[in-house]
Write a protein that binds this ligand. Structure first.
Ligand SMILES: NC(=O)C1=CN([C@@H]2O[C@H](COP(=O)(O)OP(=O)(O)OC[C@H]3O[C@@H](n4cnc5c(N)ncnc54)[C@H](OP(=O)(O)O)[C@@H]3O)[C@@H](O)[C@H]2O)C=CC1
Ligand SMILES: N[C@@H](CC=O)C(=O)O
Length: 423
């Protein structure tokens, strides 16, 4: 039986509700959790909506049921496979067949979002994706509905649970990077291949989706500059403590002169920053706009049951009246070179004039030093400083010059510092 959006609510004497058939593509961490959660909530959902969701088919690579069979037997398809193909093809086939789609797949949307949203509009079906960004935190709904009329200036977030979990473990328990990553995998936070988590690409995809909704302009993953946490060391954490900084993987999407800028990178935050206390697998997204000043939403950003609960919310929304993602109306340029403050970590031979020479090179690029910590003596000293905001290109030029100074040992490490900047 197919759903009738014109008759969504329960009528007296119809306690069990009409059936709404869910086809599941993927039965791993999230798909498996949804298959447990949905039946346990079906009575309640039927009581409040008059419609009873039922899983009528499951497709994986190994279970013998084809995706075509699952799609044919469903009113709504939940795509929980991940990756670009065959997920894209299945989603397009489902929508062409008039089926609503719910997906948690951020890479799919960051690569092919405009094509998929256009297909949803063309076929008059819903394509919902709350679980694709920040797990169970309802940031997509807030941007699409509550803030759809707002002029948003900036979206800042911790949008990857795995890396936030790793950084929290390293800072709080002194765990090694490798051990913390392994734990995140065991807890179901990481992607099937965790490379995209730790290199920043998972967060970049999520920021592309948020930027698209916040600024009403197409944003592709290739528009997002990203770097990950693989190169961070326990040493960086230790110095950060001395400078009263916390280390996070931060995504930023903001209006800048000439367009928008979207990026993901590790950043030090001063302790009072709203994102500094977001720990473990939690995510948080701050939206800034002159009219609303600033709101921050936070909650579990990864994990099977948590993500399945966001998928279930989308399923319930799709069972009731229609919603669509409209075409963008803007075509904003994406600017890559923007200003930031930086933490600079140098291994130096401690001789008279070292700090003055480093400061001089920074000064030539327009950088001024905000704070400095020096540890150790002789050939193995460490010089760690925070510099005030300057263009990233200028900072990179300064780093190249500093790396060439004869007293500098090894490669300087440079990490952005996010300063208070709320409107
Ligand atoms: N885990 C999390 O915390 C979160 C995950 N997500 C997203 O949810 C989606 C699913 O993630 P998750 O459940 O963790 O992934 P898993 O790797 O745990 O599960 C993937 C499922 O898809 C099946 N599958 C994989 N490749 C194919 C294929 N080519 N054809 C058919 N089925 C396939 C797998 O079964 P088999 O190998 O037997 O084919 C498995 O059942 C991803 O897009 C992910 O980014 C979003 C938010 C949080
Ligand atoms: N691997 C992702 C899962 C949710 O999107 C993460 O760690 O955030």
């Amino acid at each position: 039986m197919t759903s009738d959006p014109a008759q969504p609510f329960r009528t007296e004497g119809e306690p069990s509700g009409r059936a709404f058939r869910i086809g599941l593509l993927g039965h791993g961490t999230v798909g498996g959790a949804l298959a447990e959660l949905l039946p346990s909530r079906a009575d309640h959902i039927a009581a409040i909506t008059g419609i009873r969701p039922e899983i009528t088919g499951v497709h994986t690579r190994s279970n013998g049921t084809t995706a075509a069979e699952v799609i044919a037997g469903a009113d709504l398809v939940a795509e929980l496979i991940g990756g670009l193909e065959p997920a894209r093809t299945y989603v397009l086939e489902a929508m062409a067949a008039g089926k609503h789609v719910v997906t948690a797949n951020k890479q799919l949307l960051a690569h092919h979002g405009e094509e998929l949203w256009a297909a949803a509009r063309e076929h008059g079906v819903q394509l919902r994706f709350e679980a694709a960004v920040a797990g169970v935190v309802p940031v997509i709904r807030v941007l699409q509905e509550s803030l759809s009329g707002a002029h948003i200036d900036r979206v800042t977030g911790i949008v990857n649970g795995t890396t936030n979990f790793i950084l929290t473990r390293m800072a709080e328990t002194g765990a090694t990077y490798a051990d913390a990553l392994q734990e995140a995998q065991q807890l179901g936070y990481a992607e099937a291949d965790p490379t995209d988590d730790v290199n920043g690409k998972d967060a970049a995809a999520k920021m592309a989706i948020l930027a698209r909704l916040a600024f009403d302009t197409p944003v592709h993953i290739t528009d997002v500059a990203y770097e990950g946490i693989e190169h961070l060391t326990g040493d960086d954490m230790a110095y950060a403590k001395d400078l009263d900084l916390g280390l996070k993987l931060i995504g930023t999407a903001e209006r800048v002169e000439g367009g928008i800028a979207v990026r993901v990178h590790p950043a030090f935050l001063y302790r009072g920053h709203p994102l500094a206390s977001v720990n473990g697998p939690y995510n948080a997204v701050t939206v800034e706009s002159e009219a609303i000043t600033e709101i921050t939403m936070s909650g579990p950003g990864a994990g099977g049951p948590q993500t399945a609960s966001a998928v279930m919310g989308d399923i319930i929304s799709a069972m009731i009246p229609p919603a669509s993602t409209p075409e963008t109306t803007q075509s904003l340029a994406v600017v890559k070179d923007v200003e930031s403050a930086f933490y600079v970590h140098l291994e130096v031979a401690d001789r008279p004039g070292v700090l003055a020479q480093v400061a001089q090179v920074l000064g030539l690029q327009g950088a001024s030093v905000k704070s400095v910590v020096q540890k150790g003596l002789g050939e193995n000293a460490r010089l760690v400083m925070v510099v005030h905001p300057l263009l990233e290109s200028k900072m990179l030029a300064a780093v190249e010059l500093i790396a060439g100074l004869d007293f500098v040992r090894g490669r300087p490490r440079v990490i952005r510092v996010i300063e208070e900047q709320f409107v």
